[in-house]
Design a protein around this ligand. Structure first.
Ligand code: AMP
Length: 147
C-alpha cells in the first residue's frame, strides 16, 4: 500500500473539526508523514460590474476576521504540533485554495470532513465534494454526523 509523505488537513473550525484532525493525526503517525494545515477565509469581495472592478466589502471587517482566523489556525496548529511553515491561511474559494495549496506543496493526501449531504446541498456542491472531484492527489473524506 502506498505510503503518504505529506498530509494536508483542511480545517474549517467547525464543531466537528476535531474528528477530522484526529484522523489526520492518526495517518501522520501511521505513515510518519509531514502534516500541514490550511484554512480558507471566504473572501468578502463584491464585484461592481458597472465599474468593472472588485472592491472590498469592508476593509476593517475583513482584516478583523482575518486576524481572528489566523489566531484560531495558530491555536489548532500548535495543538497538532504543526510547524509554522506548514500553516496556510488563505482567502478565496475554500475548494480552489485547498487544492492549490496541496498542489504547490507536493501534498499526497488531503483530509477533509464530509457531512454526506443530500438533495439540494448535494446539487449545489460542498467543499468536500469539490476537493474530492478536482484534487490531483488522494482525498480522505471523514464522515461527520450532524447529531
Ligand atoms: P463543507 O462540505 O463545505 O461543509 O466542508 C467539508 C469539509 O471541507 C470541512 O470539514 C473541512 O475539512 C473542509 N472545509 C470547508 N470549508 C473550509 C475552509 N473554509 N477552510 C478549510 N477547509 C474547509
Amino acid at each position: 500500500m502506498e505510503s503518504y509523505k505529506h498530509i494536508l488537513l483542511a480545517a474549517d473550525f467547525s464543531e466537528h473539526g476535531s474528528a477530522v484532525a484526529d484522523r489526520a493525526k492518526d495517518l501522520v503517525e501511521k505513515y510518519q508523514a509531514k502534516l500541514s494545515i490550511v484554512h480558507v477565509m471566504d473572501n468578502l469581495l463584491i464585484t461592481d460590474a458597472a465599474y468593472g472592478s472588485t472592491i472590498p466589502f469592508d476593509l476593517d471587517l475583513t482584516a478583523e476576521l482575518m486576524a481572528a482566523a489566523k489566531k484560531r489556525l495558530a491555536n489548532l496548529a500548535e495543538s497538532l504540533n504543526i510547524a509554522e511553515d506548514c500553516r496556510w491561511m488563505e482567502m478565496g474559494s475554500p475548494k480552489l485554495e485547498i487544492i492549490r495549496v496541496a498542489q504547490e506543496n507536493n501534498v499526497d493526501l488531503i483530509v477533509v470532513g464530509s457531512h454526506g449531504r443530500h438533495g439540494f446541498a448535494l446539487l449545489l456542491g460542498s467543499t468536500a465534494n469539490g476537493v474530492l472531484h478536482h484534487a490531483l492527489c488522494d482525498v480522505l473524506a471523514v464522515r461527520l454526523h450532524d447529531d
